[in-house]
Design a protein around this ligand. Sequence first.
Ligand code: NAP
Length: 240
Amino acid sequence: MRNVLVTGASRGLGLAIASRLAAGGYRVIAIARSESDELRALIAAHPQRLVFRAFDLSNTAELKELVRELRRQAGPLYGLVNNAGLGIGGLLATMRDPDIESLVRLNTLAPIILTKYVVRSMMSAGAGRIVNITSIVAANGFRALSAYSATKASLEGFTRSLAREVGPLGITVNAVAPGFVDTVMTRELGESGREQIARRSALRRMAEPADVAGAVEYLLSEAAHNITGITLTVDAGNTA
Ligand SMILES: NC(=O)c1ccc[n+]([C@@H]2O[C@H](COP(=O)([O-])OP(=O)(O)OC[C@H]3O[C@@H](n4cnc5c(N)ncnc54)[C@H](OP(=O)(O)O)[C@@H]3O)[C@@H](O)[C@H]2O)c1
């Protein structure tokens, strides 16, 4: 069974991705700071397919040891889904500096360093799939999300350049850019905000966690073996 590391898998998009990949035959190593009831129930239903490891990814100095330990326990890592992220918004002029630093640490620095250690395992196996969860705001301006957008745009640049670097070794690197999806991260939008997003989308609805999970599963699949360096947008046509 192929091991896939999914960060931020306790709720929202990460939980949907972990669930989809476990159902698709992968063995998922789910990472978050704490195990939610939903993830616990999923693991109880598929104990061979999912394992939880508590870890605070903002603790970047410990990432090397984390990957070493996971490799020792689980064996080679075939896939990495960098999904965990913070969604702190705010007008830049009044944002707190520590919030800006937390955003960059968790959304940019942690996935880059985690990928550095995981990709070494993929390089020695001569195969691997990396999927970075970005956002439509990486390429489209959105008021009060400038710092968050910067972190997501940098991950897309990372995706393209790393794809060139590790492509010759049989490893693909892609991004999935969701539009607004109804999760804890976007709960401040409220009903009227969600309705407005749906109204402005080509398909007159919002994308759902399962849609994002389907895109990730595709990029991990054999069918996507010739796709690398791209950003796959999943937004029900919000940016069409
Ligand atoms: N929802 C959207 O509309 C949307 C749109 C575009 C892109 N995205 C992106 O999609 C990804 C998932 O978003 P979501 O909406 O599912 O977010 P979410 O509901 O807030 O879930 C975030 C996940 O990340 C984990 N996490 C947070 N801080 C962590 C840390 N320091 N160390 C380890 N894990 C941590 C959380 O678990 P713990 O709190 O237990 O650690 C949780 O599992 C993010 O990268 C986000 O930027 C979301």
